[in-house]
Design a protein around this ligand. Structure first.
Ligand SMILES: Nc1nc2c(ncn2[C@@H]2O[C@H](COP(=O)(O)OP(=O)(O)O)[C@@H](O)[C@H]2O)c(=O)[nH]1
Ligand SMILES: [Mg+2]
Length: 249
């Protein structure tokens, strides 16, 4: 029996200290019907990220010659997942803050066919080390998305997200700087079913967050506005098969 494919992709910018730990922790053999591959999107790193990722066992590495931004990198990750024949994709930050061990949990709703888009949700799970101003920023941007989408969400800025093939093919990320909010607004408005799964999160101990408050707010707010103004047609294909024959994880 040929197996289906899950691709775990990581946007990475200067993560030589962290990325090997993330790649090593990716579970490769957790479902009998799926094989797992790792894809790194290197966004013009100036350190040894590419070499370290290669040595740690990344199956595919795509490098941008210059830094383009996290939104551009996630867009490229989704595109490459489709080109590489992924049936399911999952992104996880390369900075060791999110738990690769919980990839199976975050993908269960997609594998079972009840969701198209999932978040590993820190605020439904366990958080270690998040500073107060980051917590408040997360609450604010999550609340904004909940209001715009008229549905409750818990962790709108999660760096761990799963995608069905259909969602990957139709996702639009309208700016290069970031993806978090505009991607969720885009997919939910297209009718894709979102589910959040509790995860454990530990703030990075090495390297630096790229987020600067002013730049973040002045890039993200106009992008959210622009995304909300775009006409969106419902693209989600009806679920044909309920996958009842698949073993649960
Ligand atoms: N593609 C891309 N990825 C980046 C950039 N800056 C950071 N990242 C990656 O995006 C992920 C999240 O970045 P991080 O700075 O930790 O953001 P935070 O977790 O929200 O503080 C990590 O895997 C980083 O390597 C960038 O300029 N471009
Ligand atoms: Mg981070």
């Amino acid at each position: 029996m040929t197996k289906k494919k899950i691709i775990v992709f990581m946007p990475a910018h200067n993560e030589e200290e962290n990325i090997s730990g993330v790649i090593a922790r990716v579970p490769r053999d957790f479902h009998p019907q799926y094989e797992v591959e790792v894809l790194v999107i290197d966004d013009g790193s100036k350190d040894l990220t590419v070499q370290v990722a290669h040595e740690a066992g990344a199956d595919h590495i795509v490098s941008f010659p210059h830094n383009r931004g996290l939104g551009a990198a996630v867009r490229e990750g989704l595109k490459q997942c489709c080109l590489l024949g992924g049936d399911i994709g999952i992104m996880i930050d390369a900075d060791n803050e999110y738990p690769p061990e919980q990839i199976p949990d975050v993908l269960t709703p997609i594998i079972s066919g009840r969701a198209d888009y999932t978040f590993g949700s820190r605020f439904k799970g366990h958080i270690q080390g998040m500073k107060l101003h980051r917590r408040l920023g997360n609450y604010t941007f999550t609340l904004l998305q909940a209001i715009l989408l008229r549905r409750w969400i818990y962790d709108g800025q999660s760096g761990m997200r799963g995608f069905s093939r259909d969602a990957m093919e139709n996702a639009v990320i309208i700016h290069d700087y970031n993806y978090a909010q505009v991607l969720t607004i885009n997919l939910v408005r297209q009718g894709y079913r979102l589910e959040e799964i509790p995860i454990s999160y530990q703030v990075r101990t090495k390297g630096q967050s790229f987020i600067k408050f002013r730049q973040y707010v002045s890039s993200v707010i106009p992008a959210i506005y622009k995304e909300m103004r775009r006409p969106v047609s419902r693209k989600r294909k009806a679920t044909v098969q309920m996958h009842r024959d698949e073993p649960s994880l």
